[in-house]
Design a protein around this ligand. Structure first.
Ligand code: BEZ
Length: 175
């Protein structure tokens, strides 16, 4: 069976995987939050950056992009992603709504649960903005990650107050 993969972070603008179809999609009951520490991509072990995870929240939803992965390459695609997202993320099964094109499907998503070793949790907006502003790791600056995500969400016409408020707070910081 081909398999749907839901992207709500860097997978939206840089999938880095082969896929045979992609569609804007939504997951109900989850919020995107910059609450996961990044020691290996957008920060370093002594100075982690902040990246997104999904947090369970009734009546919330998260918009992103779903990718259909050919059955022939499902195993290698997930080994590649498991390695790339080894900093606390686990695969979960979720229901995807193709809210623009219509229909739904089951899919897989990477979520960093709140009990993982790299979880940072919530913090005041200004503190999160300053942490992102000063963080950099092997995959690039943490600010770039946030701005790329905000741009990708605007292109999807996605609502996300948390991301857009954080973007505005980071842009306010004077260097
Ligand atoms: C994503 O873009 O969906 C994603 C977010 C965190 C880890 C792995 C993938």
């Amino acid at each position: 069976m081909h398999l749907w993969l839901f992207g709500y972070g860097s997978l939206i603008w840089r999938p880095g995987i082969d896929f045979i179809d992609r569609r804007p999609a939504r997951v109900q009951g989850w919020s995107r939050r910059f609450w996961q520490g990044s020691h290996d991509h957008r920060g370093v072990p002594d100075a982690p950056g902040r990246v997104v995870t999904l947090i369970q929240e009734t009546a919330a939803f998260c918009d992103g992009m779903a990718y259909l992965v050919d059955r022939e390459v499902v195993d290698e695609t997930f080994s590649q992603l498991d390695h790339r997202e080894k900093n606390g993320y686990e695969r979960h099964q979720v229901s995807l709504e193709f809210h623009r094109s219509g229909g739904d499907a089951e899919g897989v998503v990477y979520i960093a649960p709140i009990d993982n070793f790299a979880y940072l949790g919530p913090a005041p907006l200004e503190d999160m903005a300053r942490q992102i502003h000063r963080s950099e790791g092997p995959s690039g600056h943490n600010v770039e990650y946030l701005l790329e995500l905000a741009d990708a969400l605007r292109k999807l016409n996605a609502e996300d107050e948390h991301v857009f408020e954080l973007e505005a707070a980071v842009r306010e910081i004077k260097t």
